[in-house]
Design a protein around this ligand. Structure first.
Ligand SMILES: [Zn+2]
Ligand SMILES: [Zn+2]
Length: 270
């Protein structure tokens, strides 16, 4: 069973990723204008007409900006929790064919099995996801992709949810020192970012990956994502994660560029 995955763009100016399996083409979040999202899909040989569904983590604009411009694509199913869909319906001011799911449950979409679970973030009902596909046999082994961005810390339950994934997208939002030294943000905003319902720092993400590595024999790919433009840099990420990336862990690390709307390379699995 084949899979293609790439992050179209990730950061405070917008987040969206593309996942294709044998029978599904989906986006995880859609935080760019519909026009920009269309251009990003064209750049990887896809188009919005061919996308079956969008899975939303939460209502913040950097994850949902495309919704208002997507009404020309009725085939698109938009999956979100009830609270997220209600907040967005109010701001969109028009009905949308929501596919509502409950956090903590498992559901099916085409050949994808989706586990959605609550994460700590300052939104109505934010979630992380594990998407899985394939069968538990040699010809088509089951594969799992975990998605963890926009969360202030990593509760034990969340850690357990992503155990056993093959590919993990993990937030590395800010470098603790760069955030502390930042002069653009007032203290209250810094508190929000670094708070229990804000974002994960490089240090948080590194500590998590270092602690779980022994328990994650299946992990092959890590995408570090949602980097802050002002309070993070590729250098800061490289420095923080050097103990993991330079070792013989067998895990490939990719960092989604800080430049707005710059995506990652495409990962393709047979
Ligand atoms: Zn958010
Ligand atoms: Zn965000």
């Amino acid at each position: 069973m084949a899979m293609r995955f790439c992050i179209l763009g990730s950061g405070s100016s917008g987040n969206s990723a593309f996942l294709q399996t044998d029978d599904s083409r989906i986006l995880i979040d859609a935080g760019f204008s519909a026009r920009r999202l269309g251009e990003m899909l064209t750049a990887i040989g896809e188009s919005i007409d061919r996308i079956d569904a969008i899975f939303l983590t939460h209502e913040h604009g950097d994850h949902t900006a495309a919704l208002s411009g997507l009404k020309r694509f009725p085939q698109l199913k938009v999956f979100a929790t009830a609270a997220t869909s209600e907040v967005l319906s109010r701001s969109l001011g028009r009905p949308l064919a929501w596919q509502v799911f409950e956090p903590g449950t498992r559901f099916q979409f085409r050949d994808l099995t989706i586990d959605a679970f609550s994460v700590p973030h300052d939104a109505a009902d934010p979630v992380g996801f594990v998407f899985s596909w394939g069968h538990d046999d040699l010809l088509s082994p089951r594969r799992r992709l975990g998605w963890l961005t926009d969360l202030g810390h990593l509760p034990q339950l969340v850690r357990e949810r992503v155990r056993g994934v093959d590919l993990l997208v993990l937030e590395a939002n800010y470098d603790a020192k760069l955030l502390e030294d930042d002069t653009k943000r007032p203290w209250s905003v810094k508190q929000r970012i670094a708070g229990r319902h804000g974002h994960l720092s490089n240090q948080d993400a590194h500590a998590f990956l270092a602690s779980c590595h022994a328990e994650q024999p299946t992990l092959r790919e890590v995408f570090l994502a949602h980097l802050s433009r002002d309070c993070n840099s590729l250098e800061a990420v490289a420095r923080e994660f050097a103990p993991l990336t330079s070792g013989e862990t067998g895990v490939r690390f990719r960092v989604t560029p800080v430049a707005p709307g710059t995506g990652s390379a495409m990962v393709e699995w047979a």
